[in-house]
Design a protein around this ligand. Structure first.
Ligand code: CNA
Length: 242
């Protein structure tokens, strides 16, 4: 797909003018690093598994069939050796230049931090950290990756769970409030690589009032009509062109 130069130019001008950008992103930010998203063209939801796709990311499966839960986590989620792409790197650069207020991400891959970003709010947690579900002892992801079957705590034999928010678990309300506050105080919101279908993505974006809203996404989103600049392209490619 040819890049739309006119739109890139408008985005470049808007970014140059902005001093307090908030970026809100999702799984599409990491597809160019090689991690599949959920609902995109090659997303995990389009692949065939024994159970409906949501089940593999649910607290219910972890509770009732932990073997199956960890089998999927090891094979599909954790078994990737990936590096940040141009989108992660550009956001880290803006933070260093003092232009970026915060990154709010639904991703669990930790790639923003790996790119050098510090102001990152991870709404759905981070897969690189784990804890015992009984005594809460912290573990690294190696405790899951380098074991077989159900990973167990060395102290109390409780199940070791990645620090990610599963279907059936609540989001941290303090994090949500912090994210909403950043968006209210931003002078521009860039939304990228998210279908805006998982709660509370849409309500967070609605916190952006009377400020430029940019959406960069391959697929359609429910808020496309509200965007001042809308680019249907790969986010890494767009950010490289800036
Ligand atoms: P989603 O619903 O899978 O949507 C992703 C969106 O990104 C789709 O609309 C795609 O069209 C679009 N997209 C894919 N690649 C690109 C690209 N290169 N440039 C621009 N757009 C692209 O994912 P959401 O983030 O909206 O949904 C939230 C879920 C996904 C959260 O619970 C995450 O934890 C979960 N998730 C995270 C990861 C990760 O951490 N890398 C991977 C897969 C799923």
């Amino acid at each position: 797909m040819e890049i739309n130069e006119e739109k890139i130019e408008s985005l470049r001008k808007a970014v140059d003018k902005a001093e307090n950008i908030v970026f809100f992103g999702g799984a599409g930010v990491s597809t160019e690093s090689g991690l599949p998203d959920f609902r995109g063209e090659k997303g995990l939801y389009r692949q065939k598994y024994g159970l409906p796709p949501e089940s593999y990311f649910s607290l219910r499966l972890l509770k009732y069939d932990p073997e199956e839960f960890f089998k999927f986590q090891r094979k599909r989620i954790l078994g990737y050796d990936v590096k940040p792409n141009a989108a992660h790197l550009k956001l880290a650069e803006w933070e260093k230049q003092g232009k970026l207020r915060a990154i709010i991400t639904q991703n669990i891959d930790g790639l923003h931090q790996e790119a050098g970003s510090k102001k990152v709010i991870e709404l759905h947690g981070n897969i690189k950290h784990c804890h015992c579900m009984v005594c809460h002892k912290s573990y690294k992801i190696s405790a899951v990756m380098e074991t077989e079957g159900i990973p167990r705590c060395k102290i109390c034999r409780g199940i070791i769970k990645p620090d990610t928010v599963l279907y059936g678990e609540k989001l941290d309300v303090r994090l949500l409030e912090k994210a909403a506050d950043h968006i209210r105080k931003a002078d521009m919101l860039i939304v990228g690589g998210t279908s805006l279908t998982v709660t509370p993505a849409v309500s967070l974006v609605h916190e952006c009032k009377d400020k430029p809203l940019v959406i960069i996404n391959l697929g359609l989103t429910p808020l496309d009509g509200r965007a001042n600049i809308r680019i249907y392209d790969k986010i890494g490619k767009v950010f490289s062109a800036l």
